[in-house]
Design a protein around this ligand. Structure first.
Ligand SMILES: Nc1ncnc2c1ncn2[C@@H]1O[C@H](COP(=O)(O)OP(=O)(O)OP(=O)(O)O)[C@@H](O)[C@H]1O
Ligand SMILES: [Mg+2]
Length: 287
């Protein structure tokens, strides 16, 4: 395992949350001592916004068959934090992420990435914003099969015609922990390694936000953990902002905050979550 637990000054919480780890880390014990609280309102709006949805609705179809995938949802994501979005299937998680990332348009409401309002942007401006200011990690990796790992990582820079920041690239690649496998093609890498390459590709342009829709969904638990480790480290040590959708309470417990959705609405949020508290919250929200 190339990555150790976060040690950066900005570190908010360790990656591992569990009894075995708690025994070796005073920090983890401290976190586990206080039970995280499920708040049933929207989280406060921070000053340093990375992404903001304000009264966002996204309806598909019209009339009696209209699907209210998002129904007047307001939620803010703070810069330099790791947020997980959870909720039952069909609750609007992917729709919210797609609207935040300018991959889908809202029916009403406002979406901002940092100080840029997405609503008024033309398609070409949205494409540029996504390329220059956002990173994506998809469940299915989406690497280019004919390119090596390192070529996949630098692809966004190449497309944008940028040389990139060499020091930053080295930092990201070092955190990636793929060592001599950087010249290998995706088919020669494990699923976990491929997804770590996808994480590095998302991070290489120093985006305002890295979005991941179930980034560990296709991985076994160990590989999933490695990917979460990369994302956690990118927040703690590289000051990135990460928002992922996940069904997995263990993955979500890696985040600083969990946002819960239900029926296209915000159902609540929890800071410094643990697996147990997330499971309890999900039960509570089902009742
Ligand atoms: N393009 C579309 N056309 C019509 N309905 C859609 C479309 N995209 C999503 N929906 C509907 O909107 C609702 C929310 O979908 P969304 O994909 O956001 O859910 P989700 O929470 O990501 O679910 P899952 O956990 O299964 O991925 C669902 O009822 C879905 O069927
Ligand atoms: Mg989804």
């Amino acid at each position: 395992m190339p990555l150790s637990r976060s040690t950066g000054q900005r570190s908010r919480k360790p990656v591992h949350v569990g009894p075995a780890h708690a025994a070796e880390s005073g920090v983890a014990v401290g976190i586990m001592d206080s039970t995280p609280t499920l708040h049933l309102e929207a989280p406060p709006v921070p000053a340093n916004l990375a992404a903001h949805a304000i009264n966002v609705s996204r309806h598909y179809g019209a009339g009696e068959t209209v699907v209210r995938a998002l129904d007047d949802i307001s939620v803010a994501f703070e810069r330099g934090r790791f947020t997980a979005i959870m909720g039952p299937s069909g609750s609007g998680k992917s729709t919210l992420m797609h609207c935040l990332a300018g991959l889908d348009s809202v029916t009403s409401g406002t979406v901002r990435i940092a100080d840029v309002e997405l609503n008024g942007l033309k398609d070409s401006e949205l494409t540029t914003l996504r390329r220059d200011r956002l990173g994506f990690v998809f469940q299915s990796f989406n690497l280019v099969p004919t390119l090596s790992a390192i070529e996949n990582i630098t692809l966004p820079l190449d497309i944008a015609g940028k040389r990139g920041d060499e020091e930053w690239l080295n930092t990201v690649v070092t955190k990636l922990g793929l060592g001599d496998r950087l010249d290998h093609r995706p088919s020669e890498l494990s699923g976990g390694q491929q997804q770590r390459v996808a994480c590095a590709r998302a991070l290489v342009g120093r985006p305002d936000v890295v979005f991941g829709d179930e980034p560990t969904g296709n991985l076994d638990s160990r590989s999933g953990h490695e990917v979460l480790d990369i994302l956690r480290t990118s927040v703690d040590e590289l000051e990135q902002t990460v928002v992922i959708v996940t069904h997995d309470p263990r993955a979500a417990s890696t985040a600083d905050r969990v946002i819960f959705l239900a029926d296209g609405k915000l159902a609540g949020y929890m800071d410094d979550p643990t697996q147990e508290a997330i499971l309890d919250a999900m039960k509570q929200l089902e009742d």
